[in-house]
Design a protein around this ligand. Structure first.
Ligand code: MTE
Ligand code: MO
Length: 203
């Protein structure tokens, strides 16, 4: 047996256990990219598209498509976890960090409601979308984000279950009091940490 064979085998096994350590409890590894939408895919022209931060702010802040594209973008490699139990590893995205957007909008609010074309909403504590935890992404695997996956842009909050990653997102409403979003009002967990299996309301 050659040394190469042994080290290849060893590397193979080690890589596998590293992968399983990245799959949260109750999840399985998915290689495709399932589409999960509560309604039809909306189509908004980029000319009329904007992104707004409203609510508990002195002045609502608005970015046009061109202004959003001109903001500094980050390149991300993230694992994503859907509450329907699939996990996808090493997905590649490009987008604007919520830190970049929110630093332009002083607020005393503690919660965020993301709102979308089509009416979907999801709620998040403000401090859980700051410090490099959430992005508005426009590119997936080097291509413009496909409409069925939320294009032109979606929210990406990879460390929470994927229902928090609102597709077709059009803005954030900053609120003092937490407000359950679409799935959160239908029994999904208010928080949604995949490592704690916070799937449903009572988890
Ligand atoms: N606007 C909007 N965003 C949404 C949804 C939706 O129905 N509408 N579904 C959520 C759910 S439950 C999941 S699992 C992911 C699915 O994203 P995908 O279709 O790109 O896999 O989007 C989330 N964001
Ligand atoms: Mo989901």
């Amino acid at each position: 047996m050659s040394e190469g064979f042994i080290s290849r085998g060893f590397r193979g096994r080690r890589q596998q256990s590293n992968l399983s350590a990245r799959i949260p409890p109750g999840q399985y590894l998915e290689h495709g990219f399932p589409v999960l939408s509560a309604g039809p895919t909306p189509h908004t022209s980029l000319a009329s598209w904007d992104f707004t931060i409203t609510g508990e702010v002195d002045e609502p802040k608005r970015w046009s498509w061109d202004e959003m594209k001109a903001l500094p973008h980050e390149t991300l490699t993230k694992d994503i976890h859907c509450v329907t139990k699939w996990t996808k590893l090493d997905t590649h995205w490009e987008g604007v960090s919520l830190d970049t957007l929110l630093e332009q909008v002083p607020t005393s609010a503690n919660y965020v409601v993301a709102f979308c074309d089509g009416g979907y909403t999801t709620n998040l504590p403000l401090d859980e979308v700051l410090d490099g935890k959430a992005w508005i992404v426009d590119t997936y695997e080097g291509q413009p984000l496909a409409p069925e996956h939320g294009g032109p842009v979606r929210l990406l909050v990879p460390y929470l279950y994927f229902w928090k990653s609102a597709k077709w997102v059009r803005g954030l409403r900053l609120v003092d009091k937490d407000e359950p979003g679409f799935w959160e009002s239908f029994g999904y967990n208010n928080h949604g940490d995949p490592w704690k299996e916070e799937r449903y309301w009572d988890d």
